[in-house]
Design a protein around this ligand. Structure first.
Ligand code: SAM
Ligand code: SF4
Length: 346
């Protein structure tokens, strides 16, 4: 076995230099062996269970201008929408019937969505579905706001760090956004008691082995309960509209390496991966992923939540077609429970 992989398995960490070295020769790693190791780790913590999360795309209005994202404020070609509390509760009702016990409420940083309105919706969901978890993914806010949402019942927060390298962060974002503030938010969330999800796009413009090594070091330090990674995919109305997408191979190798670094992590095979390749979902599972997040948003708005071109929205991506999803998870079973991050090995 690769010496550095052996070290990773023994200690669950590498130095930045070791990460750089391992990442630089990732194309010559024995992938079958790597994926076997990742699946064995997943099996140890989760058995055959895969977790489903119902993704509700709350609003596509955003005050930010990230260069990669189709929801950025300067993209005037998107039809903007914001779901009402009643629409969200209707999504949850359908999702609950289909077996979802986690609802992920995601959206742009929408100045028209007040913190109080978010809290009210979270409280309504947790009152109606006490056996369900509410995850939020609404970007960067003040500590007081995160606390308000925690008190309303939210227990998980997804906030990808995007890149742990200052210079790369600058390449992906306009000057008013900073890596420092993003990281402060992640630690604030953790201190408030949230289970947090960090992560990054694979193959985003300017990503190198050096920036990736920092991403892996950051994950070792932060020890997030969830990690979201998926390929960068260009959106034609953004400044990165002509950039190359991330690759399937890299995404799969990184999924496996994350499973080996953080064995009990909740790790989705993302929609972006399924968009990049129709086998993406199953291959992600084979590389150690254990979460899928089908779309529970009202079908009428799904097209408008256009982060990138060609976003998969049908078949196994759609919450109403869980049978399609089951067929792609050969050998694994969908768990009908909240699926919290495990604290100790079963
Ligand atoms: N606004 C919140 C935020 O930025 O954290 C949540 C919504 S945002 C659309 C969710 C994630 O979508 C981002 O963290 C980013 O990694 C991903 N994303 C945005 N544009 C993308 C693209 N072109 N390709 C792949 N992923 C993208
Ligand atoms: Fe807004 Fe999030 Fe898209 Fe950035 S990634 S433009 S914060 S929705």
């Amino acid at each position: 076995m690769d010496k550095l992989l052996e070290t990773l398995l023994e200690t669950r960490r590498l130095t930045e230099e070791q990460w750089r070295e391992l990442l630089a020769r990732r194309d010559s790693l024995d992938r079958a062996e790597l994926f076997d190791l990742a699946r064995a780790e997943r099996q140890r913590w989760f058995g055959n269970r895969v977790y489903i999360r119902g993704l509700i795309e709350w609003t596509n209005v955003c005050k930010n201008n990230c260069y990669y994202c189709g929801l950025r404020r300067d993209n005037h070609r998107v039809r903007r929408y914001r779901l009402t509390k009643e629409q969200i509760l209707a999504c949850c009702e359908a999702g609950y019937r289909w077996g979802f016990r986690t609802f992920v409420l995601q959206g742009g940083e929408d100045p028209g969505l007040s913190p109080e309105a978010v809290a009210e919706t979270v409280a309504a969901i947790t009152a109606r579905y006490p056996d369900c978890a509410v995850t939020l993914s609404l970007g960067e806010w003040e500590e007081t706001v995160y606390r308000l949402w925690y008190e309303a019942g939210a227990r998980r927060y997804l906030l990808r760090h995007e890149t742990a390298d200052e210079g790369h962060y600058r390449r992906l974002h306009p000057p008013e956004l900073s890596l420092r503030h993003r990281m402060d938010c992640l630690y604030t969330l953790k201190n408030l008691g949230y289970q947090v999800g960090a992560g990054f796009m694979v193959g985003s413009p300017g990503q190198t082995d050096e920036t990736l090594a920092k991403d892996f070091c950051l994950l070792q330090e932060l020890q997030p309960e969830m990690v979201g990674i998926g390929p960068f995919l260009p959106q034609h109305d953004t400044p990165f509209g002509r950039e190359k997408p991330g690759t399937l191979e890299d995404t799969l190798v990184f999924l496996a390496l994350i499973r080996l670094t953080l064995p009990p992590v909740l790790l989705p095979a993302t929609t972006a991966l399924a968009t990049l390749d129709p086998r993406g979902r199953s291959l992600g599972m084979e590389a150690g992923a254990n979460v899928v997040m089908p779309n529970l948003s009202p079908p009428s708005v799904r097209e408008s939540y256009a982060l990138y071109d060609g976003k998969a929205a049908t078949g196994a991506e759609a919450a109403e077609h869980l049978a399609d999803l089951r067929a792609q998870l050969a050998g694994l079973e969908i768990a009908i429970d909240r699926g919290d991050a495990p604290t100790k090995q079963p």
